[in-house]
Design a protein around this ligand. Sequence first.
Ligand code: AMP
Length: 361
Amino acid sequence: MRGSREILAPGATIGILGGGQLARMMGHAAARLGLNVHIYSPVADCPAAQIANLLITGEYDDAESIIKFASDCDVVTYEFENVPAVTAKAAASEAPLRPNARALDVAQDRLTEKSFLQAQLGIDVAGFEDIDNVFTLRRALKRLGYPGVLKTRRLGYDGKGQVIIRSEPDIDAAWEKLGGDTLPENALILEAFIPFTREISIIAARGLDGSCKAYPLTENTHENHILHTSLAPAPRDNGEAQKIAFKILDALDYVGVIGVEFFEMKTGKLLVNEIAPRVHNSGHWTQNGGCIDQFEQHIRAVAGWPLGSTVPNCRVKMTNLIGEAVNQWPALALQANTHIHLYGKKEVRAGRKMGHINQTS
Ligand code: AMP
């Protein structure tokens, strides 16, 4: 195994599974530290292709191709949590996989994730039930009450693969909408609808030596289930979110950056919504906060370097440029204290994340 050395020196190679904007921004950070980046992506013309030292195109379930890719890397990481288990295993046979396959396992299935958080770590989450047919769905709604949120256990993101059930007559339509009887068994989960007062997240990191650091709390707003803005440091931070994030990092023997999303209740109580074992959209503000940004932090962690400062020197509001909003760049470029980050995507599509801005104050 090439990457068995614990601390990577400049000139070493980091392999990233995935070629989207997160890989692109990790690549920028790696380049600043003198590290090379190899990208593995099914799409040749992906955002990270423009910054990679090497791009290998291949499918995520092509173990042979992944093994070849990983054998040229000193460490392998990933930009999304739906890397198939077989891929993760193949990569890990050739180079250290950071974060490890256990983190992927937990994060890619909402049921495994919630059970891990609640049963193993005693962390509060929304009430949930495993759903395998429309009868268990009806029973679960009686137990958890209305409204409920029916979600696919796997591959859901930005509100895709979920539907709110407000009352009994909605049940059949919701079941059909998510694929109902065509789905494999145990593909769905029902969650209690949480009347949260705000959505917040914490971006934290754990180094190879087990040390943990977190950025200040971030307050998030969503539009059409897609993250729209993140404000940091958020008001009213009692340190609880950070404590929870560190508990998760230690339990997973994690190396790298993690994003933990929470619902905050009127009482101040926090429920974990989900964990993302990777750099996270709500951490993009760190790029212009005057601290070591989340992308460099992740590269530092997986390369075995010490973690950098997470203390910002200003307030930052991040706004995603979604779809046509990216065409506002000429006006945005005239604004003082607005930092523009574009992802090099050629095709503008509704709902597609094309870039973001960070406005400092
Ligand atoms: P998710 O893909 O699970 O992060 O959900 C996307 C968004 O849908 C969240 O950021 C919330 O705004 C909303 N949402 C998801 N699950 C729930 C829930 N159980 N209760 C209330 N709102 C939810």
